[in-house]
Write a protein that binds this ligand. Structure first.
Ligand code: BG6
Length: 484
């Protein structure tokens, strides 16, 4: 068979992804307010994180120092530049700009911090891709309004957007309104994505966080907020490209039983396409309305909401992709873990140490599935392997397993480009080791750059290049031609 594979397009945006609450630290510096992430304790694969409304003396909160990008951004950006990054995905900490969320004036020191970060990126011609809200909101909004459950939070968010759009309009072109907005379709999104205080003992588990009515109403508020932000952003700078961001749950039927096939389609619709249909097409799809009816969920809308959604459609579609799941009508099948939801074990796939099933071909399937539906540019803004790394006696870190994972996914992106998908870029998750969102661990590492810190917060915070650092540098240098 002749090699028909397309090349990665010229100007393909190779880079890496992070989020403020997981890598910035400096949680009380420069006038920053307490955020929702700052009240989440550390956990592990088996011990859930807790949400403590009052900070407990002697308890470890991983976001407080995280990996201290706040003080080390120059060193870190230099390392990204050494790998040849064209783009760097980061988020702005809302609580650094509006410490309480409902403040009258923004915090100048917080704004200045990001001026400095963007200037540093510019020095190396690295394009910032900014997530406006990534699993972090001022904690005061939770206390006073119960987060996104309250419609008034829309205005606070839009004011925050207006502030950062105006301030950075000449240095940032690419924006994402909400990280993994579909997290609110799942219980685990309640606090992390919705800033909504769960009932009960604050344990960060599916059971403790389940209230469909509140979550879907909060999601509606985020849709309206996102659409308003898109419209406003385009008015402030017509060259802005503003995207959605979906945690893509690639779902297969476990068997050819039509019951399983319908279940898989239903899951794809509700977990993935409900949100992007609203954000890309500007309206709720029929299957969402049916789901609301069948589950007694009543979305309260104001008169102009439908118009607002139509006027604020995004320019491009971005998503995270880590794994795939199976679904089955048979309730006795073996379950497997994931970042936000559970699925069934696929007998053809292996899983990571954290139980996430590794499926590079699923990425090709996903890219085609999304592109066939929307026909707008796509970007993979998270992908990667959370694994335990060992520093050898000679200081080297030989993370061949990570290289294998990334190589196979990049190959499938190339297949998808050959299939005709318009793919703009690729930013693997946690390009520098950072705090895990689901477990709060440091041990679950994704980076090309190792950070000396452990699950209890101990370590020198020194940075070290892993084997994958040199490998990815080559990938970028050759625009994805050299993958071995
Ligand atoms: C995504 C989030 O769900 O997955 C990130 O956007 C997160 O914030 C990433 O860190 C990986 O998940 P985890 O739980 O391994 O950190």
């Amino acid at each position: 068979m002749s090699n028909v594979l397309a090349k990665f397009p010229q100007g393909f945006l190779w880079g890496g992804a992070t989020a403020a609450n997981q890598f910035e630290g400096g949680y009380r510096e420069g006038g920053k307010g307490l955020s929702t992430a700052d009240v989440m304790t550390g956990g592990t694969h088996t011990i859930p994180r807790r949400i403590t409304p009052v900070l407990e003396e002697g308890t470890y909160y991983p976001s407080h120092e995280a990996i201290d990008f706040y003080h080390r951004y120059k060193e870190d950006i230099k390392l990204f530049a050494e790998m040849g990054f064209k783009v760097f995905r980061m988020s702005i900490a809302w609580s650094r700009i509006f410490p309480n969320g409902d403040d009258k004036e923004p915090n100048e020191e917080g704004l200045k911090f990001y001026d400095d970060v963007f200037a540093e990126l510019k020095k190396y011609n690295i394009e910032p891709l900014v997530t406006i809200s990534h699993y972090e909101a001022p904690f005061n909004l939770t206390k006073k309004y119960n987060g996104w459950a309250d419609r008034r939070v829309i205005d606070f968010y839009v004011k925050y957007c207006e502030t950062i759009f105006n301030r950075y309009k000449n240095v940032v072109k690419y924006w994402l309104t909400f990280n993994e907005i579909n997290a609110l379709t799942m219980p685990l999104g309640t606090f992390m994505a919705g800033a909504i205080m769960p009932e009960g003992n604050g344990e960060f588990t599916n059971a403790a966080l389940n209230n469909d009515q509140i979550r879907f109403q909060a999601l509606h508020h985020q849709f309206v907020a996102s659409a308003k932000a898109v419209k406003l952003g385009h008015e402030i700078n017509k060259d802005f490209k503003i995207g959605c961001m979906i945690a893509y749950m690639c779902t297969y039927p476990l068997t050819p039983n039509p019951e399983d096939v319908i279940l898989a389609q239903n899951k794809d619709n509700l977990s993935n396409f409900l949100c992007s249909d609203v954000q890309v097409r500007g309206e709720y799809p029929g299957f969402a309305k049916r789901f609301f009816k069948e589950n007694n969920i009543n979305i309260v809308m104001e008169k102009d909401d439908e118009k607002i959604l139509k006027e604020g459609c995004v320019d491009f579609y971005t998503f995270s992709y880590y794994m795939s799941f199976c679904v089955s009508a048979d309730p006795n099948q073996e379950k497997i873990g994931g970042n936000l939801s559970l699925g069934l074990k696929n007998p053809y796939l292996k899983a990571s140490d954290w139980g996430w099933q590794i499926d590079p071909k699923g990425l090709r399937w996903t890219l085609n599935n999304i592109y066939n539906r929307y026909r707008i540019p796509l970007m993979v803004v998270e992908n990667g392997l959370g694994a335990v790394d060992t520093v050898e006696a000679d200081g080297s870190i030989n993370d061949d397993y990570r290289i294998d994972y990334l190589r196979e996914h990049i190959k499938e992106m190339r297949e998808a480009i050959t299939d005709g998908v318009d793919l703009m870029g690729y930013t693997p998750w946690g390009c520098i080791d950072l705090v895990s969102a689901s477990t709060g661990e440091m041990k679950k590492r994704y980076g090309f750059i190792y950070v000396d810190k452990d699950n209890e917060g101990k370590g020198t915070l020194d940075r070290k290049r892993k084997k994958s650092f040199y490998w990815y540098k080559k990938v970028i240098e050759t625009n994805g031609e050299e993958l071995e």
